[in-house]
Write a protein that binds this ligand. Structure first.
Ligand code: NAD
Length: 416
């Protein structure tokens, strides 16, 4: 039988496994297997050539027992409702693992932003908010950026929503530009939070990271900042990076600023002078100390997990590893820092942004870093210790921590 690659089926499979280990009661298990609510929207958008194109979008509110739902909006040509459901489920576990008072949600639009002008993207973003604006709000559901959505897109969305309400509502969305109520430190928060968990993992494993090699798959928000911060904070040497067009390798290390300048000029990291071209598949199998998957789902599967040589896999992307691959990595002693723990820095600083918007009082960046470090370090050790206690892999350890917290909230509310 071929391996299941539907992200929502995978998310449910992971939950089923955790429910069994924890002995979760049937009603709570069934409640947590499905989103509470979802909205499907149809968006007519006038294109630059005068034609009107119809786009499909989604917003899923998975579980709000611990607080308003929270989760990014993804623009991607291959977006599906099941991907959004999976990401919304993982957001529920993510806000719980870092113990912030929020639930999980996610949004998406099927589109190819690379083929759209700024004007078309603005009209699409405003059209999306005119539809989902009816079910979001700073105390209901708060979106944020995800793959191929940017602070500028968040600004248009916040503006459109504010018009709908009749006054300025910065807290409806996070990941905004700083002049519109964004938080200091939000830009690199996902990568920074992930780097803090790698630092803690190296401590418990007794691995020296200074001078140790790293490879990064995906070179967007998460991947580029991971490059900067694994060098700055951990002293690592990044030998390979990639994007959707392919990867580059140099055993002596890659200079981030120069690689970014090359990508800005050419649209890709591929062809950066002085490097060897490699495929995304080859990048994953490099003999490095830390592998950072920072692109999309289903990159490490039953087919290639046995070839992964990294000591630590730090999942900045959501859903990069399938359940079959998880088992193989665990048996082979590869230490996986699971996605909803590793990349929780983004939502944590988004939460800080919401708090600052509510108080209309803004923190210095050092304060953000310090509070983020505290949250990520505590979450890492809760997961590591739970995994050890139950003799399970870290993903199951993280599920046990998060599902217990969400289940407790559902029970206290009298839902189950
Ligand atoms: P982004 O749009 O900034 O960058 C995505 C990068 O992935 C681009 O460089 C793109 O070229 C590359 N890519 C796309 N398809 C690829 C493929 N098949 N192989 C290799 N590279 C490919 O997106 P991002 O915000 O950096 O998100 C990356 C991952 O991190 C996603 O899984 C996202 O859900 C997750 N994440 C992001 C945040 C955040 O705050 N940005 C927070 C949590 C999780």
């Amino acid at each position: 039988m071929s391996e299941e690659l539907n992200p929502f089926a995978i998310a449910q499979q992971q939950l089923d496994h955790a429910a069994e280990i924890m002995g979760l009661d049937e009603a709570t298990h069934q409640l947590l297997r499905q989103p509470l609510r979802e909205l499907h929207v149809t968006l007519p958008v006038r294109m630059d050539d005068g034609t009107v194109k119809i786009f499909q979008g989604f917003r899923v509110q998975y579980n709000d027992s611990r607080g308003p739902t929270k989760g990014g909006i993804r623009y991607h040509p291959a977006e599906t409702i099941d991907t959004v459901r999976a990401l919304a489920a993982w957001m529920t576990w993510k806000t719980a693992v870092v113990d912030i008072p929020l639930g999980g949600g996610k949004g998406g639009v099927i589109c190819n932003p690379k083929e759209m002008s700024a004007g078309e993207l603005e009209r699409l973003s405003r059209a999306y908010i005119r539809q989902v604006g009816k079910i979001i709000g700073e105390e209901i559901d708060v979106p944020a950026p995800d793959v191929y959505t940017t602070p500028q897109i968040m600004a248009w969305m916040m503006d459109e929503y504010s018009f709908m309400r009749g006054y300025n509502v910065p807290g409806v969305i996070t990941g905004k530009p700083l002049p519109l109520g964004g938080s200091a430190g939000r830009g690199d928060a996902t990568a920074r939070g992930g780097i803090f968990t790698v630092r803690e993992a190296a401590k418990v494993l007794g691995i020296e990271l200074n001078g140790a090699s790293a490879a990064i798959q995906g070179y967007g928000n998460a991947g580029q900042f991971a490059h900067a911060l694994c060098v700055e904070l951990l002293g690592q040497k990044v030998v390979a990076v990639s994007d959707s067009r392919g990867g580059i390798y140099n055993a002596d290390g890659l200079d981030m600023e120069k690689v970014i300048a090359h990508k800005q000029k050419t649209g890709s990291v591929v062809g950066f002078p002085g490097t060897e071209s490699i495929t995304n598949e080859e990048l994953l199998e490099l003999d490095v100390t830390v592998l950072y998957p920072a692109a999309l789902e289903n990159q490490i599967t039953g087919a290639n997990a046995g070839n992964i040589k990294a000591k630590i896999v730090a999942e900045l992307a959501n859903g990069p590893t399938t359940p079959e691959a998880d088992e193989i990595l665990y048996q082979n002693g590869v230490y996986v820092i699971p996605d909803f723990l590793c990349n929780a820095g983004g939502v944590t600083v988004s939460y800080f942004e919401q708090v600052q918007n509510a108080y209309d009082y803004y923190w210095e960046v050092e304060e953000v870093y310090e509070k983020l470090d505290k949250k990520m370090t505590a979450a890492f050790h809760a997961v590591h210790e739970t995994a050890q206690q139950y003799h399970v892999n870290n993903r199951m350890g993280a599920y046990i921590v998060s599902v217990s917290r969400v289940a407790e909230a559902c029970k206290l509310r009298g839902w189950v």
